[in-house]
Design a binder for this molecule. Sequence first.
Ligand code: RBF
Length: 165
Amino acid sequence: MSSADKNLSVFNTEGLPDISNKKFAIVVAEWNSEITEALYDGAYKTLIEYGATRQNIERGNVPGSFELTLGAHWFAQREDIDAVIALGVVIQGETKHNDYINHAVAQGITNISIKNNKPVIFGVLTPNNMEQAVERSGGVHGNKGDEAAMTAIKMVGLKEQVAGK
Ligand code: RBF
C-alpha cells in the first residue's frame, strides 16, 4: 500500500507483547494543539486498548516540535520508562522553518532512541496543509497518534524478543 493510501489506524496486530506492566511516556507539542491533542487521544486510547494501564502512561508537554527531542530524552533517561512517543505537527508551506524542525527532530529522536537503548517514536505529522493534518489526526486517513502508539508497542515487543525474554 502506498503511503498516500495508508490508514494510520489500521495495523497488523499479530504477536503483540503483553504491555500490562510496561510504562509509556507521551510528549506532546503545544504548537497546532487542536491537532496534537487529537494525536494524543489516539495514542493514549491505542495504548489502553492493547493492554497498557492508565497509571503506566505519563504525559509531558513541550512548546513546539523542536523541543520534542529534549522532552523525550528526559523521559527516555528514566529507567522505569519502556518507550516514549513524541507527538507534533509541522505544517509545510506555513513556515520555512519546517525543514529545519522536521530534520532536527527526526535526527534528534533517532539519536536519543539509540543513546537510551529504548524506543522513542517519531509521531510527528509533516502535512502540506491543515486539511491534511486533520485527515491524519482522526480523519479519513486515521490517526498518526494510533500508529505511533502501535509502533511503540511493537518495538517494546521486539526488544524483549531480541533479549530472549
Ligand atoms: N512548532 C511546531 O510544532 N510546529 C510548527 O509548525 C512550528 N512552526 C514554527 C514556525 C516558526 C516561524 C517558528 C519560529 C517556530 C515554529 N514552531 C513550530 C515552534 C518550534 O518548534 C519551537 O517551539 C520554537 O522555535 C522555540 O522558540
